[in-house]
Write a protein that binds this ligand. Structure first.
Ligand code: SF4
Length: 733
């Protein structure tokens, strides 16, 4: 809440970046001297009006991070005061240049561009692309805008690239997907955690303390990662499989669980379905075969099984490593199988969870900007869901379009079936797989409108760019990786010339003939979202701004009437114990969310990555993040302190590979795949497998990692295979 503090009114809020959503307090300060700089930002842009900015202070009372913040969070105000932020709309003029324009002209141009396309080619010729950083209110309004005002089915968002495989596998197994079905605070109290393809020491450093406390309490940490990351350094056991083989690793562990008589038969019989098929699939993966596929020595595999099963309670947590694969859903399913077979799910201090990446990666997928979903995590193909949401929206269910293309498929269709695009809160020119191709598709569009806080690499290609408000300049809710709904509060007034995304949608809707209005007040939007979500899997109907503010957030599901001490609502059956002022921190303790209350095993078998190394492309490439940058870097590359810490892309490679190439530390290396070529400095380290190189994906241009990544899609989640492809690495002459 806002409160008086030395130097002015302080505001308790949350970080704009990752899914941990650390609590912080903002204090007013003069905008000058914040350390903001041009960074790697684009060329000449309008300077912001001088005004009040904010400084970040610790907020020790918020339980998730207890005052700890990483460098990204501490320096987040620099983007508010950056000289490179946008404060006036830009329109591409006949000379091909983007030039400043008034709001009315810019909005008219967008409405005209979208309407012209729709009239000429039909509503599905207009696409909408959102982001996992948008607040719940914005994600909800954007989905409603696409389906009602534009009438298009062609909407998806960059969260598809984040953790859609975990969502698909979690839904299939448990009947409900919430990243973590238990609070982070349970981690130090369990006995063993297997962390698969996750590097919280760099992606969300304040979360590392949960794993440190686990080990201080005598628990064990197992890390599965092809690299010895800063997180792996903390582990009791580090398994480094070949990229793309962790599905086989999980199957090999399950094989050993069966062979060693460690199956919890009572739990399997009472609370699951599908065990015989999953068991057969696992038994076909002999440990020796798994050792050959993964490169993980058999004794290490046995040790992992023993650590996991000997503990009184244990967890598996995944992140992008197993998820960003063309078999990501099956890979996560295999890890969930391990939990189910050993009775490590739906019990206190045990279970499977995903560490979501983006700030609102969880909420962003619950409220309707995903191609196949309606608010409340409802399915767009479910007649009852369509009827409920249509009633809230005051339209006929028949007027709602059906499911559209997934994110990469939508980007791939640009310039073809999809001729105009409205983009909010995403920068696919840097973050999409096969990014050179995606950039070409974006350039081939008939019309592109982008709303962003800065002139991102994608916004540079737009016909119209709208400058919108940032995190500390507007109020809205996000849902953290724990499923905890939080309130980000407005702490400062946006600079003159800047409007909110909700105001943009309101203005466009009016221009496009939508007469029912689009609310611009975030709390009013949230109240409508609550009604739209009521009775759905992600039920927010009992969550209000006041209720969030009165505590430390509210865990969904939280049905209306679920006051402190209330019993579970029938609408949240399967969710576990709900009620209480904080909602439902723990799911599945009584039953899983499938109608029969049972969890489902997945009968999965190993298959290779879509692209394996060969004579022409003999090395694996895997990609990821570094401590001082965030996602496509559109914001963090504008912060001097972060640029000093992480100034540019690099290629991490093992000394053996460097020797074979004759490469020296720091010299430029070309990394080439069937999709393109990228160049970055060599970083030689024994902390990676000799058959694998790693590149961070935060930078555009010559060192853009996603130029070479593979868009092969998971058949269920439609997740691209960011985490593994085949490349050739060469010195640059
Ligand atoms: Fe922000 Fe994530 Fe860093 Fe916390 S860990 S300060 S939420 S970027």
């Amino acid at each position: 809440a806002a409160h008086r503090a030395a130097g002015g009114t302080a505001t308790d809020t949350h970080c704009p970046y990752c899914a941990l959503q650390c609590g912080m307090t903002l204090h007013p300060t003069a905008a000058a001297g914040t350390g903001a700089g041009a960074g790697h930002g684009p060329g000449p842009e309008p300077a912001p009006e001088p005004g009040v900015s904010v400084a970040v202070a610790e907020r020790p009372g918020f339980p998730v991070n207890r005052g700890a913040l990483c460098g990204k969070g501490r320096t987040a105000p620099a983007v508010l005061a950056s000289r490179t932020r946008l404060t006036t709309p830009l329109i591409r003029r006949p000379d091909g240049e983007l030039a400043p324009a008034g709001w009315d002209e810019a909005l008219d141009r967008i409405a005209e561009g979208l309407a012209r396309t729709r009239t000429a080619y039909g509503p599905d010729a207009v696409g909408v692309f959102g982001g996992g950083g948008l607040t719940n209110e914005k994600a909800y309004a954007l989905g409603k805008f696409a389906r009602l005002v534009l009438g298009t089915s062609q909407i998806d968002y960059n969260g598809r690239f984040c953790m859609s495989s975990a969502a698909a596998a979690g839904t299939a197994a448990f009947g409900l997907d919430r990243g973590l079905p238990f609070p982070l605070a349970d981690i130090p109290r369990t006995g063993c955690v297997i962390l698969v393809g996750a590097n919280p020491a760099e992606t969300m450093p304040p979360a590392l303390r949960y794993f440190t406390e686990l080990r201080e309490n005598g628990g064990k940490l197992v890390v599965v990662d092809p690299r010895r990351t800063r997180t792996a350094e903390q582990a009791d056991l580090h398994l480094a499989p070949r990229p793309g083989t962790d599905l086989a690793l999980a199957l090999g562990m399950l094989h050993l669980v069966v062979a060693e008589g460690r199956v919890d038969e009572e739990f399997v019989a009472a609370r699951t379905a599908g065990w015989p098929e999953a068991r057969s699939a696992a038994m076909a993966h002999w440990p020796e075969l798994v050792e050959r596929i993964t490169g993980v020595p058999l004794p290490a595999l046995r040790e992992a099984v023993a650590l996991f099963c000997d503990a009184p309670a244990s967890m598996v947590l995944t992140a992008r490593g197993p998820e960003q694969q063309s078999k990501g859903t099956d890979t996560v399913g295999a890890w969930i199988n391990l939990c189910l077979a050993t009775g490590r799910a739906g019990r206190p201090l045990s279970g499977y969870g995903a560490l979501t990446g983006q700030g609102n990666g969880q909420g962003g997928r619950e409220h309707g900007q995903k191609a196949d979903q309606l608010p409340g995590y409802r399915k767009l193909t479910d007649p009852a869901a369509r009827a409920h949401v249509a009633e809230v929206w005051g339209v006929s269910p028949d007027s709602l379009p059906g499911p559209g293309r997934s994110a990469y498929e939508l980007l791939d269709a640009l310039g073809g079936d999809v001729r105009a695009l409205l983009l909010m809160g995403s920068n696919p020119v840097v973050s999409a797989p096969r990014a050179g191709h995606v950039e070409e598709r974006i350039r081939s569009l008939g019309f592109l409108a982008v709303a962003d806080v800065v002139l991102s690499d994608t916004a540079r290609l737009a016909d119209v760019v709208l400058p919108v408000a940032q995190w500390a300049e507007e109020t809205g809710t996000t849902t953290s990786l724990e499923g905890r709904v939080l309130l980000r509060r407005r702490a400062v007034t946006p600079p003159a010339g800047v409007r909110t995304d909700l105001e943009v949608l309101n203005s466009l809707a009016a221009r496009l003939g939508w007469e029912k209005g689009f609310p611009t007040d975030p709390e009013e939007v949230f109240d409508e979202l609550r009604r739209a979500s009521a009775g759905g899997p992600a039920d927010y109907s009992g969550i209000t701004y006041r209720r969030i503010a009165d505590g430390d957030g509210v865990f969904w599901p939280c049905a209306e009437g679920a006051a402190a001490g209330a019993e579970p609502s029938s609408r949240t059956a399967g969710a576990g114990r709900t009620g209480g002022g904080s909602g439902t921190p723990r799911l599945f303790l009584d039953r899983f969310a499938h109608p029969d209350g049972r969890a489902r095993f997945a009968a999965v078998t190993h298959r290779p990555a879509a692209e394996e190394p060969d004579a022409d492309y003999p090395v694996h490439l895997t990609t990821g993040r570094v401590l001082a940058q965030y996602q496509s870097g559109a914001q963090t590359r504008r912060v001097d302190a972060l640029n000093t810490a992480a100034p540019g892309p690099f290629v991490q490679l093992h000394p053996q590979l460097a020797e074979r190439l004759g490469a020296a530390e720091g010299e430029p290396l070309a990394v080439t795949s069937r999709r393109g070529r990228t160049v970055a400095a060599a970083r030689i380290s024994p902390d990676i497998r000799p058959d694998t190189v790693f590149m961070p994906f935060h930078w555009p241009g010559e060192g853009r990692a996603n130029t070479v990544t593979n868009p092969a899609l998971d058949p269920v989640s439609r997740m691209p295979e960011f985490k593994v492809c085949a490349v050739r690495v060469e010195r640059v002459p």
